[in-house]
Design a protein around this ligand. Structure first.
Ligand SMILES: Cc1ncc(COP(=O)(O)O)c(C=O)c1O
Length: 412
């Protein structure tokens, strides 16, 4: 019976049941005041989340995608610019670049951390771009467009290696927008500053998603921009609200991209639990790490000394990913793939002209990664069952290989 009990990939029900009374109280407050758009709940959450991230400003918006788009435009990215990011991320990162009128382009990820490889960023800027002495900007040699921003993605709950990225951005005049949509509370040790820094406090601005499955998730859609730049905060506030600086005074054309007050109230409740939830994810990750340490066939996530990951996802790597996923599904263990096709190979980006082999690290990762069940309430006994099932699969595959080898030896 226990053997067949499903282990979900993520459990969104338990935390909502645990917090039901507090969440309903937040909803009741909105009903009683009818402050559904803006107002004290939104402003209160913005203050709390800015403080949590160690940033001076937070602007609540309607999604992580809008947060990226508003941050890019608010930080000065112009239509026609090139914005660099990685091919190994969710498509929202590049959608936001296109929506801001810019053209996405890619640098590959590091093979161990799956985040932007600073060396590849340097190579891109040094070999593909040149300084336009007229504008003082770096321009792509063949595309003839200025490269003005870079979006390092803090993937799976782990930040990118920010010191060298920030240094390169400084050298080449790039705006840095952190995609922190999967990294609420993740930390990076900056050698340059000799201190731990939170995701969302390091770039010119950062974007967070509060999609329900995130480490901090709304009961619906939501997102936020954090920044230490007052100008970016002001522009983002205008962009989310039809470009108005005050009611019916429109400085620019904007969007309807606000965070609503019910979601803000709910996020304030959940924010109080985020540190504990992240700690439980880290404990669960440590248990997986320990159990996997003796398997050569499985590559566990790598957490460099400069990182404190909050394990939005726990992503392993195996050669026969499809086989293992099928085996786990048959054992009622649910997994995910984040993401199966690198962005430069997606149909949506065929116009960029990339082909198989252009970003080999991302492509190989896309074919081998598998996200195991991960959530704060994950039981250690369930984790043991996950690992035992992986072990079973690996030993069956090894036996099969051995008997195939024996058979082919015999037939020689
Ligand atoms: C890396 C990354 N960027 C951006 C987004 C977009 O966030 P949203 O779904 O809130 O628009 C997500 C959400 O899944 C994401 O994982």
């Amino acid at each position: 019976m226990t053997k067949n009990r499903p282990i979900p990939f993520v459990d969104l029900v338990t935390p909502h049941i645990e917090l039901q009374d507090e969440l309903v109280a937040a909803f009741k407050t909105a009903i009683r005041t009818a402050a559904f758009i803006g107002g004290p709940a939104v402003e209160g959450f913005e203050r709390e989340f800015a403080e949590y991230c160690g940033a001076q400003h937070c602007v609540g918006v309607s999604s992580g995608t809008d947060a990226l788009r508003f941050a890019l435009t608010g930080a000065g990215v112009q239509p026609g610019d090139i914005v660099l990011t990685v091919p190994h991320t969710f498509i929202a990162t590049t959608e936001a670049i296109s929506q801001a009128g810019a053209r996405p382009d890619f640098v590959d990820v590091d093979a161990r951390t799956y985040t932007m490889d600073p060396l590849k960023l340097r190579q891109y800027m040094e070999t593909k771009c040149e300084l336009d002495s007229r504008t003082g900007r770096y321009v792509h040699r063949t595309l003839g467009k200025p490269v003005t921003a870079v979006i390092p993605v803090h993937l799976y709950g782990q930040t990118a290696d920010m010191d060298p990225i920030l240094e390169l951005a400084d050298r080449f005049g790039l705006v840095v927008i952190e995609d922190a949509c999967q990294a609420h509370g993740a930390e990076y040790f900056s050698k340059k500053e000799n201190r731990w820094r939170k995701a969302g406090s390091m770039g010119h601005a950062a974007a967070f998603s509060f999609y329900p499955g995130k480490n901090l998730g709304a009961c619906g859609e939501g997102g936020a921009i954090t920044t230490n730049d007052e100008k970016v905060a002001r522009s983002s506030k205008m962009l989310r609200d039809h470009g108005q600086s005050r009611k019916y005074h429109h400085e620019i054309e904007g969007y309807n991209g606000r965070l609503d007050a019910i979601q803000a109230g709910i996020l304030s409740v959940k924010l109080r639990h985020l540190t504990e939830w992240n700690r439980r994810r880290q404990d669960a990750a440590r248990r997986y790490d320990d159990m996997l340490s003796s398997f050569e066939e499985v590559i566990a996530p790598c957490q460099p000394e400069w990182s404190r990951s909050v394990y939005h996802l726990y992503v392993i790597r195996v050669q026969d990913r499809e086989g293992l996923q099928k085996y786990l599904t048959e054992a009622h263990i649910h997994t995910g793939i984040h993401y199966p096709v690198a962005l430069h190979l997606q149909h949506a980006y065929a116009h960029l002209g990339y082909k198989q082999g252009d970003f080999p690290v991302s492509e190989k990762a896309a074919s081998e990664i598998l996200s195991l069940p991960m959530y704060p309430q994950l039981e250690p006994t369930d984790q043991t069952r996950v690992i035992q099932t992986i072990l079973e699969f690996l030993s069956q595959s090894a036996n099969l290989r051995e008997s195939t080898e024996t058979l082919s030896l015999r037939s020689v």
